[in-house]
Design a protein around this ligand. Structure first.
Ligand SMILES: [Zn+2]
Length: 547
């Protein structure tokens, strides 16, 4: 009997431990807490300069899990008398020296800050280059990509498989930078030195492979598009390269390249063919692939995924989903969408993460619309709706850092805003608006956006001003409260009591579907059946019925 209770104790104890560990895992995975968040209020010093270019020159050593080399930063001073440059750099990386035009500059460290004291103050508009020589062990990933860093993994053959992900932490975990979403460099170059048998994939185009010393190769990549610092990426393995050509709207070709582990080579063709098809679908809605002068890249990684510009991380293990009979890779579809939403159209403040994640997630449903029609579109939107928690607003505060702004509703509820707007504006105005947001130079590449830009654009294109609806949707958890009351035999009244504007809603009666404007003043409806309000779920809403 004693033994029996002992086993019961062990089983119960194990169950409790499993529940606690799963809870911790999910908390870490989904709440978005990061050790070194990125963004927030831009400091006084960092507001006084604009980064133009980063050039990384690093040797990666997997045995020591370290990097060593230097970064050259070109910046423009935005103020007269700027005599210090404040940069961000992971505290455990060691700076050896900083220099400008061959002259050493003094520097100080303060945790994750690196201050360079310039020998001579800068004038507004003055452009300088300086070099920071450093080395050490960059942060290791704890739960990539949500809690990022370096992955020092091995593939199935026991070979090195190195990745970096740092959306939450920013690039400071591996190179000195101005770690703020409001400042993208115009271009970035990387020179990565690694042992001979390995391949280093990175952003943009491969300029050269050189052989600096016996047994080593240096990969020199360059991207000539503005890029978020967290998107600057290296992925290293004994990759096989599988390539296709994508034909642009202008009839030029662009390589689509999958850097795949050799053991998964046989699975690569199906995925890369799907990638080319997805690119052609996205461009129908959002305009041409944004980095068509360079490439669309996918690198197989030991973490789920990340939207690294022109080098999306792919760790979905070739597992496919099906919507309305169409087979697709959910992870690749999502990360590819970020090339428009996040990489081309970039939020200036992490408060507006929904512009990256919400519009990108909505874009997935447009892929389904194209492949499978309205049925697939609505099936997919229902799956997104099931993920909405609506416990806190999509935008919590302005000048937010990544820990403050990131939660799962920025994806699902963010996507639902676009879904509702599709109904409110109607297809022609809605698709025009979303394409304009993706293509107008005021919102793209060097110009970053905030939520107010989106609201202004919708207002410009819509005959009805929906600003209050959008504002309420993003900044509160309030939903339209719809009241449906039977007033007599075959008569009903409908109203939305908590809004002071009108929303168009689909109302189904015995006469079929009609589009009716609903607001605080009751609308009277005759129907032999009880009216069904918004059956297709264009809105998130609460319905209260009174008899
Ligand atoms: Zn995403």
């Amino acid at each position: 009997m004693k033994k029996f209770w002992k086993w019961i104790g062990i089983i119960l104890g194990s169950l409790i431990l499993a529940v606690v560990l799963t809870g911790l895992f999910l908390y870490n995975k989904y709440i978005g807490f990061v050790d070194y968040p990125s963004g927030g209020i831009l400091s006084e010093n960092q507001a006084k300069y604009d980064v133009v270019f980063y050039d990384l020159d690093l040797t990666v050593n997997s045995t020591e899990k370290s990097i060593a080399g230097f970064v050259t930063i070109k910046l423009t001073s935005l103020a007269d008398g700027l005599d210090k440059i404040e940069l961000d750099l992971f505290e455990h990386l060691i700076v050896q020296e900083t220099e400008m035009n061959g002259v050493q500059q003094k520097f100080t460290r303060d945790k994750d800050k690196l201050w360079i004291n310039l020998n001579k103050p800068l004038r507004a508009g003055e452009v300088i280059d300086f070099k920071i020589v450093y080395h050490g062990q960059p942060m290791e990933a704890k739960l990539p990509p949500w809690r990022g860093g370096f992955n020092w993994s091995k593939d199935a053959n026991g070979d090195d498989w190195i990745g970096v992900s740092c959306e939450g932490e920013g690039a400071k975990i591996w190179f000195p930078c101005k770690d703020h979403p409001s400042d993208e460099p115009d271009s970035v170059a990387v020179h990565i030195t690694i042992p001979e048998p390995y391949y280093c994939a990175s952003n943009g185009l491969l300029r050269s492979i050189t052989f600096p010393k016996s047994g080593f190769k240096t990969f020199n990549w360059v991207t000539n598009y503005p890029i978020n610092n967290y998107n600057v990426n290296i992925s290293i393995a004994k990759y096989d390269l599988v390539t296709r050509q994508y034909t642009t709207d202008r009839n030029t070709t662009m390589p689509v390249v999958f850097y795949v582990l050799p053991q998964n080579r046989s699975k690569a063709d199906e995925l890369i063919n799907m990638a080319v098809d997805m690119l052609t679908v996205y461009r129908k809605y959002f305009g041409e692939y944004p980095f068509a002068n360079e490439k669309f890249g996918l690198a197989e990684t030991d973490y789920l995924g990340m939207e690294h510009q022109t080098l999306n991380a792919y760790g979905n293990k070739f597992s496919y989903d099906i919507i309305s009979g169409n087979k697709f890779d959910q992870l690749m579809l999502h990360e590819m969408g970020h090339e428009w939403w996040g990489n081309k159209v970039t939020a200036n403040d992490w408060a507006d993460t929904w512009i990256h994640e919400g519009i990108c997630t909505y874009g997935e449903s447009l892929y389904h619309l194209d492949k499978t029609g309205e049925n697939g579109y609505h099936e997919y939107m229902q799956s997104i709706k099931r993920r909405i928690k609506n416990r806190k607003p999509i935008i919590i505060k302005r000048n937010a850092n990544t820990s403050e702004s990131y939660h799962m509703d920025v994806y699902s509820k963010g996507a639902y805003l676009l879904h509702s707007l599709r109904y409110m504006l109607g297809d022609s105005l809605f698709f025009k608006t979303i394409k304009e947001f993706a293509m107008d130079s005021a919102y793209t590449y060097r110009n970053r956006v905030v939520t107010a830009d989106f609201i202004t654009l919708v207002k410009k294109n819509s005959p009805v001003d929906y600003t209050k609806f959008i504002h309420n949707f993003l900044y509160t958890t309030e939903l339209p409260e719809i009241y449906l009351r039977k007033t007599g035999e075959g008569t009903y009244e409908v109203s939305i009591k908590n809004i002071d504007y009108e929303l168009p809603m689909e109302v189904k009666t015995d006469q079929g579907d009609s589009r009716i404007l609903l607001g605080v003043n009751p609308i009277f409806i005759r129907s032999t059946i009880e009216p069904i309000i918004d059956q297709k779920d264009w809105y998130l809403k609460n319905i209260k019925k009174e008899n």
